[in-house]
Write a protein that binds this ligand. Structure first.
Ligand code: GTP
Ligand code: NAG
Ligand code: NAG
Ligand code: MG
Length: 401
């Protein structure tokens, strides 16, 4: 029968292929960590179908061919002066591995940007091996200097310890953690000044265990530069008030001392419902950020951070880097310098940003459930951002409220 002959031919073909693979595999003992297909000058052309033996009818394919054209492996063109940046511990290796894989699949395999890893401890070899194998660009590993990850000398240790006890009793998340406070202070005031980061103008922050749900087919860094954006977000929400009782008072103290750093066309309407008297707790969620490092290194931002640092709230309360970055962006950038990346579908526990609009999601192979989108939920501040900028909300948003 023709059928069984075909099976035999397949089996012979498979055996030959396996033997070939064995010889190819055993000829190099060290697995390659490079990404040859993407750097090849010759296009990675699909393999032709096995030749059809003369006189025989072409075999019906067992699967439905997907004849959609796929985008180029690497997108040509110039690259921006940009890097990914991740703060992590060695123990975060498998969670950051998942994040990297998603960022590479959805974006960076097409652009091959660098990735800087920062840690208060030395990264071990496993962390470096795993992350280097996953990143298509160059990876760099930095140790944080002690002065950037410790208590400033003006902090009263007893007072700080008492606060941690109180917050523990109140069951405030990370309320009794010293390392979490160092992390928040570092992300607020130092990561952009690490020697490895001085080589770049743009950064994209990535945390362990985040997800990206849609293809990103353009250079987001170039978008930021071309559109004069300095800071961006995908999710916004209200901060837990117990962690920042005096942050706004410290901000107001800063603006009285440094009125020159507050820009005219700012986003006060996003931060305050009474013209700046009180803070409404709205902030951009900083576990995702694409931003301009030179802005963070500017006198305005550094003066703001230094002023907050002296006020002591990173230790006497539990100020997060998200409200700190957000207030800074809100007051010291013009409102059109802040960008909402509606098209970057993102998840960090427990919130999802899934782009509104089915056609976009289909076109970009999105895998998020639009019902999980947080944007139009009452706890999100993204509606305010639209209203402040007189932007029309995406079609269909009502159905997601
Ligand atoms: N090197 C180092 N990195 C840390 C430390 N604590 C947190 N990080 C990193 O700092 C970032 C923020 O910490 P997370 O634990 O994710 O904080 P979070 O996002 O507020 O909370 P969850 O993600 O919900 O736990 C992540 O990239 C962590 O890997 C630390 O003590 N040392
Ligand atoms: C990238 O940006 C940094 C910071 O602005 C700058 O020092 C560096 O020279 C730039 N590198 C290139 C190649 O332009
Ligand atoms: C107010 O800000 C100034 C300038 O940064 C600082 O010297 C002063 O200690 C601050 N006061 C308070 C109460 O934080
Ligand atoms: Mg996190």
């Amino acid at each position: 029968m023709a059928g069984s002959q075909r099976y035999i031919r397949y089996i012979v073909f498979a055996v030959v292929a396996l033997v070939l693979l064995y010889f190819i595999g055993s000829s190099s003992t060290v697995p390659s960590a490079s990404w040859p297909a993407y750097h090849d000058s010759t296009p990675n052309t699909p393999k032709p179908n096995p030749p059809v033996v003369a006189g025989e009818k072409e075999a019906t394919p067992a699967t439905t061919p997907n004849d959609k054209t796929l985008p180029a492996a690497t997108i040509p063109g110039e690259r921006m002066n940009a890097t990914f940046v991740t703060l992590a511990r060695n123990s975060d290796v498998w969670e950051i591995a998942k994040s990297i894989r998603q960022v590479e699949d959805r974006f960076n395999r097409k652009f091959n940007y660098d990735w800087v890893f920062l840690n208060d401890d030395d990264f071990n070899d496993e962390f470096k091996r795993v992350t280097t194998s996953l990143v298509s660009g160059t990876t760099k590993y930095g140790k944080i200097p002690k002065e950037h990850w410790s208590f400033p000398e003006w902090i009263d240790q007893d007072k700080a310890a008492r606060v941690r006890e109180e917050m523990k009793e109140k069951k405030i998340i990370y309320g009794d953690s010293v390392s979490y406070r160092h992390m928040c202070r570092y992300e607020s005031g130092f990561f952009f000044r690490h020697p490895l980061m001085l080589d770049y103008e743009w950064y994209w922050r990535v945390e362990p265990s985040v997800e990206l749900y849609c293809d990103i087919n353009y250079d987001t860094f170039k978008f930021m530069a071309d559109n004069k954006k300095k800071y961006s977000f995908t999710l916004s929400l209200y901060e837990y008030v117990e962690t920042i009782p005096t942050l706004w008072a410290a901000t107001k103290n800063f603006t009285t001392h440094f009125p020159q750093h507050v820009v005219k066309d700012n986003s006060m309407k996003f931060l305050s419902d009474d013209g700046g008297e009180t803070y409404n707790k709205c902030h951009f969620w900083s576990n995702f950020e694409i931003g301009n490092l030179n802005w963070l290194r500017s006198d305005a931002y550094i003066d703001f951070f230094t002023s907050l640092d002296h006020a002591g709230g990173f230790f006497y309360e539990r100020w997060g880097d998200a409200p700190v970055h957000s207030i800074a962006a809100g007051l010291m950038l013009a409102k059109d310098e802040i960008h909402f990346f509606n098209d970057i579908a993102y998840y960090h526990v427990p919130f999802t940003h899934c782009p509104t609009g089915e056609q976009y999601r289909l076109d970009h192979k999105c895998s998020c459930n639009p019902k999980d989108n947080f944007d139009w939920n009452g706890y999100s501040c993204t509606s305010r951002f639209y209203e402040m900028n007189n932007m029309d909300k995406p079609a269909g948003y009502e159905k997601e409220q």
